[in-house]
Design a protein around this ligand. Structure first.
Ligand SMILES: NC(=O)c1ccc[n+]([C@@H]2O[C@H](COP(=O)([O-])OP(=O)(O)OC[C@H]3O[C@@H](n4cnc5c(N)ncnc54)[C@H](OP(=O)(O)O)[C@@H]3O)[C@@H](O)[C@H]2O)c1
Length: 258
């Protein structure tokens, strides 16, 4: 079956957290699918460079520096759009891996603010433009952490559970409008920064996350699932896709080569 081409009214795709990892790969993938991509993240230099690269390759990309936790800035950003086809809520991540007994409440707060309130802010601000397109898609990049917990993961797991609930509830509430809500829940993805950010720049701890795992998912693997889900015909809503590497059977059951 051939993928549906984006209609003229729904050609713009906004990607949050497009400065690295899954967001950058998704922006590349959607540009290749024919979308005019709008790259957002806090690091302006990164998204500007990616937009330049995409434009030089004949695609259409713009960049906009945005912190998804700053509601005023998000609202200001949204005024630029009367209609958009796709919003990929990807900005987020984990901070720390401490047990509940000693976890830093500030890490928990920041994870909730970025993963949950960030997704809420951008989705609320762009929902009118998504609806106005007559054919909108909201993607939420949650995680397998949104479905099951693991030791040392409580702060991130709690935030991703909340992000999952946001996606599921939004789908219930806007049924009957021309907007789909797709949740992509990846397992272990080896991106350059996810584990580094989690362990505050500690490269040894970050490397341990993927140690012995033959083939963790790549950012491109996840972008591929997002691209596939978005390009299904408009009446097809891929509610939820859980995607893990073959070597990972659950959040806690990972095959590591000796
Ligand atoms: N890697 C994994 O194993 C994995 C598994 C499941 C789910 N996920 C989820 O997938 C998403 C992307 O992860 P990744 O692996 O690609 O990690 P990453 O490379 O660290 O990407 C995180 C992105 O989020 C952006 N971001 C963080 N805080 C932000 C804020 N306040 N405002 C705007 N942008 C912000 C970062 O850009 P700036 O720093 O430039 O703002 C960056 O582009 C996250 O939601 C993560 O939780 C990852």
């Amino acid at each position: 079956m051939t993928a549906a081409a984006p209609s003229a009214a729904s050609r713009i795709a906004v990607v949050t957290g497009a400065s690295s990892g899954i967001g950058a790969a998704t922006a590349r993938r959607l540009a290749a699918e024919g979308y005019r991509v709008v790259l957002t993240a806090r690091r302006k230099d990164r998204i500007e460079a990616l937009a330049e690269e995409l434009n030089a390759a004949g695609h259409s990309a713009t960049s906009y520096a945005l912190d998804v936790t700053e509601r005023g800035a998000v609202d200001q950003f949204a005024t630029a759009f009367q209609t958009i086809g796709v919003l990929v809520n990807n900005a987020g991540g984990a901070l720390g891996a401490d047990p509940v007994a000693t976890g830093d409440p500030d890490d928990w707060r920041r994870m909730y603010e970025t993963n949950v309130l960030g997704t809420l802010n951008v989705t609320q601000a762009l929902l009118p433009a998504l609806t106005a397109s007559g054919d909108g898609t909201v993607v939420v990049v949650s995680s397998t952490a949104g479905f099951a917990t693991y030791e040392g993961g409580a702060g991130y797991v709690a935030a991703k559970h909340a992000e999952h609930v946001l996606a599921e509830t939004l789908r219930l509430e806007i049924v009957g409008t021309p907007v789909r809500v797709i949740e992509i829940a990846p397992g272990m993805v080896k991106t350059d920064e996810f584990a580094l950010t989690r362990f505050d720049g500690d490269t040894e701890k970050a490397a341990k996350v993927y140690e012995g795992v033959a083939e963790p998912l790549t950012a491109e693997d996840v972008a591929d699932t997002i691209g596939w889900a978005i390009t299904r015909p408009s009446h097809v809503n891929i509610d939820l896709m859980v995607v893990r590497p073959r070597a990972q059977a659950s959040n806690t059951k990972v095959h590591r080569e000796k």
